[in-house]
Ligand binder design. Structure first.
Ligand SMILES: Cc1cc2nc3c(=O)[nH]c(=O)nc-3n(C[C@H](O)[C@H](O)[C@H](O)COP(=O)(O)OP(=O)(O)OC[C@H]3O[C@@H](n4cnc5c(N)ncnc54)[C@H](O)[C@@H]3O)c2cc1C
Length: 478
């Protein structure tokens, strides 16, 4: 009887799961599939994850285990180094192949390369499938076959490519009864405690979020997506991160409702799909340029100094805890702490504030977001941070500096978002949220005075970038 392994990594669903479907087909009706997840045994010091995301992961695994049981299978849990554990599992079971969906991150790729070597030595197959993206790696290239470095032409090619149809849910899977499993992982095993009110984990909850979004808010996505106090976006980023939904399901669901909408609604659907393309744009960039995790995408800005704000030694801590005295920045950081999620507009505002008002290295903010976000996605997070810092793939680079007060006027004019997340400001007038207070004054008792003058720091940023550019060309600085 044929036995194969499906290695779950970031694809915790049984519907339209490319490698899982292929594993079941390859085992055949009489064969057996060993679905396994290998929990990492890091102890809290991991740079790229944190309690909210690990809690969502645990909940999604528990839900996956139930879904597999419902179709006759069993989720096997192991712990430790993934390659070593898979090797042991092959020995234990006599499996002849390992199936997995490709992980576009440099860490995932390194693991795949290692496993490929081990599989070759052992004479078994390691079959890696495309699943995380609709179009990955080299699928959307320029006419000359080179990598797109800016979004708009990439997205044109992306949209023009034929799209796959999502597959059905698996009906049956058979797992050998004799294989032992560790219990499902729990947050406490990593020494973590989560206080964030995260979304409900699991494939069913994710499908419901998508359904709720496409059956209403998607039609007004274009008008609402930037208004931070309105739930105008899909809030499915954690579902994509953990593969509770496939991008194919999302594309198909959006396209299905598009047909019945008036022109404005159809535009909104396209705007929403363009965001799905941003995700794949950043993934293909990281695939081709893995050094992005350490270095500025625009080589002009490598080695640029990030000088601390004079006289404010706790600037980073104040940013992290939402105590900068800039209501829109603080509301966003407190939303992140409370829920593990932050609105996209807020991510841009807070990232720009850290890099262009506090002049703190974007890598510190990037790592803080990865530790705090339930949807922490290495490629999107790095792309978002580099875009905001002015060092990334952007047509309007470092001189794009958002003013937190103007952003509030534009995207939270009634202060709904600010009041939702900053209790100290619930009873202040609207006007006091839209302009900096008079020198040395606080807007409300217990709330800090703004820690800096935005216009001063804006000029300082422009000067820093200009000086660095001049130092590259050898010209005298302005
Ligand atoms: C500094 C910064 C850090 C970010 N970090 C992450 C991250 O760690 N994980 C993450 O998924 N997104 C990240 N983003 C992108 C974006 O903010 C989130 O994807 C979005 O807010 C998620 O909410 P939503 O699901 O309601 O999005 P929607 O607006 O409904 O968009 C649908 C989906 O498209 C994708 N998407 C949307 N906007 C972007 C974008 N700008 N770049 C890449 N993909 C996008 C997401 O998968 C999202 O779920 C970051 C953006 C910035 C500026």
């Amino acid at each position: 009887m044929k036995k194969v392994i499906h290695w779950f990594r970031r694809d915790f669903r049984i519907t339209d799961n490319t490698a899982l479907t292929a594993a079941v087909a390859s085992a055949g009706p009489e064969g057996e599939v060993i679905p396994v997840y290998i929990a990492s045994d890091w102890q809290g010091s991991h740079r790229w994850t944190g309690p909210a995301r690990q809690e969502f992961l645990c909940g999604s695994l528990a839900s996956l285990a139930k879904n597999l049981e419902a179709i006759g299978g069993r989720l096997i849990i192991r712990r430790g180094d993934a390659v070593a554990e898979l090797e042991k599992l092959v020995q234990e079971t006599g499996a002849t192949a390992i199936f997995a969906n490709r992980d576009p991150d440099p860490f995932g790729r390194a693991m795949e390369a290692k496993l490929e070597r081990v599989a070759r030595e052992r004479g078994i197959e390691f079959l890696v499938h495309k699943d995380v993206c609709i179009h990955e790696r080299d699928e959307a290239l320029t006419g000359q076959g080179t990598v797109f470095r800016v979004f708009t032409p990439y997205s044109k090619v992306w949209f023009a490519l034929p799209k796959p149809t999502p597959g059905p849910a698996l009906k049956k899977i058979t797992t050998p009864a004799s294989i032992t499993s560790l219990p499902l992982p729990e947050l406490s095993e990593w020494g973590l405690v989560s206080t964030a009110a995260i979304p409900e984990p699991g494939e069913r909850a994710a499908r419901e979020r998508l359904k709720a979004f496409v059956s209403g808010p998607i039609a007004e996505y274009g008008a609402h997506r930037d208004i931070m106090g309105v739930a105008g976006t899909s809030q499915i980023s954690q579902d994509l991160r953990f593969g509770l939904l496939s991008p194919r399901q999302i594309y198909a669901a959006a396209k299905q409702v598009e047909e019945g909408l008036p022109p404005e609604g159809r535009k909104s659907v396209m705007k929403f799909l363009a965001e799905i393309v941003w995700r794949e744009f950043y993934m293909q960039l990281l695939w081709h340029y893995p050094e992005l995790l350490e270095q500025e995408f625009n080589s002009n800005w490598r080695g640029m100094p990030w000088p601390a704000l004079p006289g404010v030694p706790d600037a980073f801590e104040r940013w992290c805890s939402g105590m900068t005295g800039f209501p829109i920045v603080d509301a966003a950081m407190r939303q992140l702490a409370a829920t593990g999620w932050m609105h996209n507009r807020s991510r841009m505002i807070t990232a720009m504030f850290l890099t262009k008002d506090l002049h703190i290295d974007w890598r510190l903010g990037e790592a803080f977001f990865m530790r705090s976000l339930v949807d922490g996605e290495i490629a999107s997070n790095n792309g978002g941070w580099q875009w905001s810092a002015g060092t990334g793939a952007d047509a309007a680079p470092y001189f794009r500096i958002q003013n937190p007060w103007s952003q509030t006027k534009r995207y939270d004019p009634e202060g709904a978002y600010i009041r939702r997340w900053i209790p100290e400001l619930r009873n202040v007038s609207n006007a006091s949220l839209l302009e900096p207070p008079a020198d040395g004054c606080s807007i409300a008792p217990g709330y800090p005075v703004p820690m800096l003058d935005h216009s001063v720091e804006r000029d300082r940023t422009l000067d820093l970038f200009a000086r660095h550019k001049a130092s590259l060309t050898g010209a005298s600085s302005p």
